[in-house]
Design a protein around this ligand. Sequence first.
Ligand code: CP
Ligand code: NVA
Length: 305
Amino acid sequence: MRHLVTLNDLQSSEIIEIFALAQELKDKRSAGERPQLLQGRTMTQVFEKPSLRTRLSFESAMCELGGGASFFTCKEAGLDGRESVEDVARVIGRYSDVVTLRTFSHDLIKQFAQNSSASVINALSDLSHPCQALTDLFTIQEVAGDLSQQKLVYVGDGNNVAYSLANCCAKLGVPFVVSSPDGFELSPNFVKSLQENQTGSTLEVETDPQKAVAGATVIYTDVWASMGQESETERRKKIFADYQVNSSLMSAAAKNCQFMHCLPAKRGLEVTDEVLDSQQSIVFQQAENRKHLAKGLLVWLLQQQ
Ligand code: CP
Ligand code: NVA
C-alpha cells in the first residue's frame, strides 16, 4: 500500500508522473471534460486543525473524478482517545480507498499509515505539508517552464511548509534558498541530509533576507505563527519583522520574480497587501492548483493499489 506521509515516499520520477496527470486533468477540465476515473472510490478526511484549501481541494477533486468523500474532525473519528489510533485506522481503512489526515502530531499520521489498508495522505502535520509543496512546484513549472532554471527563495519560519518545499526542490533539482531568523531555521540535520542526497540542485541557508533573494525567480513566504502557535504571535512579530516580503524585498530579486504563499496569509505581517495583490503574485493560481494536483495525486495513488 502506497502512502504520502512525507515527500520521501515518492521518487522524483513519480512526482513527474503526478504532475503530468494533474496537468492532463486540468486541461481536460478547461475543455469541459471531467473523466470519471474514480467512480465508486471513497475518500475519508480526518482533520484536527482548520482548513479551507486542503479540505476543499480533496473533496472537490474526488467529486469531479466521480468518487465520494466524507469528513470528520479527529474528535468525531475517535482520534481524541475514544479509541486507539490503530483501531480507528483499521476501521477507516476497511471503508475507504484513501484517507487524508491533518494533525498536529506527525507521528500520529505515521502510526495511522502503518495500520491502514487504505492509502494515507498527509494533509498537513507540524512537520510537513507535502501536497502543498507538490502544488507549488507544479505551479512554478506551469508559470515558468524549466524548473532547473528557477531559484526559489523561502523567507520566514522554518516550518512544515518550508520543510516540504526544501524536500520537493531537492527531488526535482530546483535551486532552493531558505532565509529564517536565528532559532527558527530548518533543522541543520535535515538540511545536511538533503544537501548530501540531492542530485544537481542546491540548497542554501542564508540568514540575511536581502542577500537570500538576490537572483530569486520566486519568493515564497508563510505565516510567522502556524496553527497551534497563535499564543506566540506577538513575540514572533518582533523576531520576524525584517523577514516581511514587501516591495523593497521584491525589488532585490530578479526582474519579474513571482510571489507565492500557501495561504492563509496574515496581510501586513509576513507579506504586504502591495505584494500579495501585485501582478507578480501567483497565490490564487497556486491555490486553485491544489485541486488539480489533488486530482493527479488521487488518480496516481489509487492506480498503485
Ligand atoms: N494552504 C493550505 O493548506 O490551506 P488550508 O490550511 O486552508 O488547507
Ligand atoms: N504553516 C502553516 C501552513 C498553513 C497551510 C500552518 O501550519 O499553520
